[in-house]
Design a protein around this ligand. Structure first.
Ligand SMILES: Nc1ncnc2c1ncn2[C@@H]1O[C@H](COP(=O)(O)OP(=O)(O)OP(=O)(O)O)[C@@H](O)[C@H]1O
Ligand SMILES: [Mg+2]
Length: 273
């Protein structure tokens, strides 16, 4: 389990998340959902040890991840941030090779295993035809897949992804989500991702965390989180929830916005978990 205890997270003087207590299961796929600016990326970065909290800590199996050496943590946790930027001219092959850095000793060259994992990551993300191209010359979707290849090449038991399907066309969205499902199913990887498409979250995640104004408003199975009242509270959107005939998971059909007054009333009513 990842457990956060009374976590305060922010940027310079601004506190974005206050007193965050959340538990994220290991060996499962978890989706963080919430409106723009609600704090999803901030929370993900703090749990992935990319943003040091102002107070509190994050515990993995009872040990604070902030007390471990960076390289050791990088062997266990990989993160794909929301808007990663590659140095100008860096090729896809070079970027994916960086993923192996935590596993290398000193200035050692790539081992056979490193090369196999790099090949596998490139193949899994459909990036073969782009390996010698500069990352900054790729389309948004191709670039996103190059970064996903880099993250999975790190071959860590835990993978954090901030909006992995943004910029991707419908086929590539399904491809990436199926890849994550496969990584979880075959290698028992823990996947923690931010997703905007609630129906993707519901279909692919075992556990959901609904975030609003830097606070967790609901956690649990998609059946527990994907209910009209909670979605109204989180997004201010009215929706019908039906059962997806294929996955049997809840499917959200948004149809309107709630009034501002109703939304303000709701803020105080939802039980905090
Ligand atoms: N580097 C930063 N410096 C200062 N403030 C920041 C920084 N990054 C985010 N914020 C602020 O923190 C708040 C939460 O931002 P965050 O990026 O966590 O939201 P989000 O839920 O991921 O939104 P989105 O869905 O748009 O990606 C916002 O008010 C934002 O302006
Ligand atoms: Mg974000």
């Amino acid at each position: 389990m990842f457990v956060t205890q009374e976590l305060n997270i922010g940027y310079s003087e601004n506190l974005i998340v206050e007193n965050l207590n959340v538990t994220i299961p290991v060996g499962k796929i978890t989706a963080l959902v919430g409106a723009n600016g609600s704090g999803k990326s901030t929370i993900l970065k703090a749990i992935a040890r990319l943003l040091k909290p102002k107070r509190g800590s994050v515990y993995l199996d009872g040990k604070s991840i902030y007390e471990e050496k960076t390289k050791e943590v990088a062997k266990r946790l990989a993160i794909l941030p929301q808007n990663p930027v590659a140095p100008e001219g860096l090729t896809v092959s070079e970027l994916v090779t960086y993923g192996r850095f935590p596993h290398q000793k000193g200035f050692g060259s790539l081992t056979k295993k490193d090369k196999e994992i790099i090949e596998w990551a490139i193949e899994m993300t459909g990036m073969y035809e782009f390996v010698y191209q500069a990352v900054d010359h790729l389309s948004g979707g191709q670039r996103q897949r190059a970064w996903i290849a880099m993250a999975i090449a790190q071959d860590t038991p835990v993978l954090f992804l901030d909006e992995p399907t943004t910029f991707l066309d419908m086929a590539h969205q399904i491809e990436v989500l199926n890849l994550l499902k496969k990584l979880h199913h075959e290698d028992n990887k823990t996947i923690i991702m931010v997703v905007h498409d609630l129906n993707h979250a519901s279909r692919y995640a075992h556990h959901m965390v609904g975030i609003k104004n830097g606070k967790v408003v609901k956690t649990g199975t998609p059946e527990k989180v994907m209910v009209p009242d909670t979605l109204e509270n989180i997004y201010g959107v009215k929706s019908d929830i039906i059962k997806d005939p294929r996955s049997n998971r809840p499917l959200c059909l948004p149809y309107g916005l709630c009034s501002k007054d109703k939304l303000n009333q709701k803020i105080n009513h939802e039980v905090l978990i």
